[in-house]
Design a protein around this ligand. Structure first.
Ligand code: FAD
Length: 457
């Protein structure tokens, strides 16, 4: 009996998995996941993301085994080694085909192309699919046939295209007639906040359902860090335990198919931002080489190690920034409003290279995702596609007063300020700082803002 291998990567799910669906239609399937430990280090993946991936993989294995599909978890070092391991396994299983869903960052694209050449030379059939984006990658272009650089017209074109395609997610395959047998295992578990992030696709679907119950409040609640007003689905989307198509389909159901409501929905827009940044990476692979999207972007950065260390530790003396950084360090996740503030604080007010911040985020985030992280950092430093205008510099004080009015979020993550009143908590005076054991501000906001404006204009 010939079998096909499904090579799982950032698509750790049974539902809406085109590679798995198509492979299962052809006959017996064996799943392989190859963990490339050295590559992880090169990409600065956080322990939280690695641990969450491993546990989600174990959940995936259990779901696959219920369908009589084995999942071998194999150890490799680099991406080249991953290809060697894949080749070994095709021989071991006498597999005729390898199916997988594409990944778009440069190293992954190069690896996949190389894997295709290597395995094709061995007479293996190679089948690739898009399981990561809601619309076919590379298909949204402006009237001149060029990729969009600005989000609003991109979204308009995206909506038009999306309306014309079938968006129903792929079904999970039926039960196979295959003996699961002994499965290769490589334990790469690492610790993360399991009390906050339950691994696996089933947990993701449960979270999606619960969120849709309050999606109508998203627009008003999404900017308030003390409120759980966003979906918290990013860790699942980042490793593919959930697909963007599953999200959109469920949202459409929520609106009983009403297109006007679906395409006018604010949460949908955020999912489209995810697509936008992926599209940029596909159209401009040099983004993966840590270059700015805008080649004329000014390099204003200085090596301000003192500010960088204080920022990382959540001890900048700006309560909202510190609360944000401590949320990141303690939970592996940071609220979007705070990501913008923390990033602008670092690169515009402290003049620290956005790439330092980008790397630190990857090293901590459970939802670390190259395209969204790079896109977010470049947006904040005004070097990116549709980036914030250079003069947009969020004030940590006004943002704090506006989005954490009563200081509830600050109190949670900066407990030494807990006793301060609702006004002082945003900007304690020197005496209060001393009493609370809280540092003086690492920069002078007004002067730093002025300096950034002069350098960037
Ligand atoms: C500096 C910076 C770095 C970021 N790094 C990452 C990252 O590494 N991984 C990541 O998934 N997101 C990143 N984001 C985007 C955003 O902050 C997170 O996706 C969001 O906070 C995740 O929470 P949620 O799932 O509750 O989002 P929701 O508000 O519920 O949004 C739903 C989904 O839409 C996508 N999304 C939402 N906002 C954005 C956005 N601005 N850009 C791209 N996709 C978006 C995410 O997949 C998210 O899970 C970054 C943003 C900034 C400003």
């Amino acid at each position: 009996m010939t079998v096909s291998i499904v090579w799982f990567r950032q698509d750790l799910r049974v539902g809406d998995n085109p590679a798995l669906f198509h492979a299962a239609e052809k006959g017996s399937v064996v799943g392989i996941y190859v963990e490339a430990t050295e590559q992880r280090k090169k990409h600065h993946d956080s322990a939280a993301k690695i641990g969450f991936t491993y546990d989600s993989l174990i959940e995936l294995r259990s779901e696959l085994n219920n369908l009589n599909i084995p999942l071998h978890i194999v150890k490799a070092t680099t991406y080249d080694d991953q290809i060697d391991k894949l080749k070994e396994w095709t021989a071991k299983l006498s597999a005729a085909s390898v199916y997988f869903n594409n990944e778009y960052p440069l190293n992954e694209k190069n690896r996949d192309n190389k894997a295709e050449v290597t395995l094709t030379e061995c007479g293996i059939n190679f089948e690739r699919f898009n399981g990561d984006l809601a619309v076919e990658p590379g298909t949204i272009k402006n009237k001149q046939g060029k990729p969009y650089k600005v989000f609003t017209p991109y979204k308009k074109a995206w909506v038009e295209q999306h309306k014309s395609i079938q968006i129903e997610p792929y079904k999970a395959p039926g039960k196979q007639s295959y003996n699961v047998g002994k499965q290769e295992t490589f334990d790469f578990s690492m610790s993360y906040r399991g009390d906050l992030w339950q691994p696996g696709a089933k947990a993701a679907l449960g979270k999606l359902k619960a969120f849709l119950g309050k999606v109508d409040k998203y627009k008003a609640a999404r900017d308030i860090p003390s409120v759980a007003g966003t979906s918290l689905l990013s860790p699942y989307l980042a490793i593919g335990a959930l697909s963007v198509r599953q999200c959109i389909y469920a949202l459409r159901d929520h609106y009983s198919g009403d297109e006007e409501k679906l395409y006018g929905d604010k949460w949908l827009s955020e999912l489209v931002w995810r697509e936008f940044y992926r599209q940029i990476l596909i159209d401009k692979p040099t983004m993966a080489k840590h270059r700015p999207f805008n080649p004329d972007a000014k390099e204003i950065w200085v090596s301000n190690h003192r500010a960088f260390e204080a920022w990382k530790e959540g001890r900048t003396g700006f309560p909202m920034i510190d609360a944000a950084m401590r949320q990141l360090n303690q939970t592996g996740w940071m609220h979007n409003r705070l990501r913008m503030n923390a990033a602008m604080f670092l690169n515009k007010l402290c003049l620290v290279d956005w790439r330092w911040g980008e790397k630190y985020f990857m090293q901590q985030l459970i939802d670390g995702d190259f395209a969204s992280n790079n896109g977010g950092w470049q947006w904040c430093s005004s070097t990116g596609a549709d980036g914030a205008p250079y003069f947009r510099i969020m004030s940590p004080l006004s943002q704090s007063k506006r989005f954490d009015e009563k200081g509830g979020f600050i109190r949670k993550f900066v407990p030494e300020l807990e006793a301060l009143d609702n006004k002082s908590i945003h900007e304690p005076n020197s005496e209060q700082r001393k009493e609370c054991g809280y540092p003086e501000p690492v920069i002078n906001y007004k002067e730093s803002r002025q300096r950034a404006l002069e350098l960037l204009s």
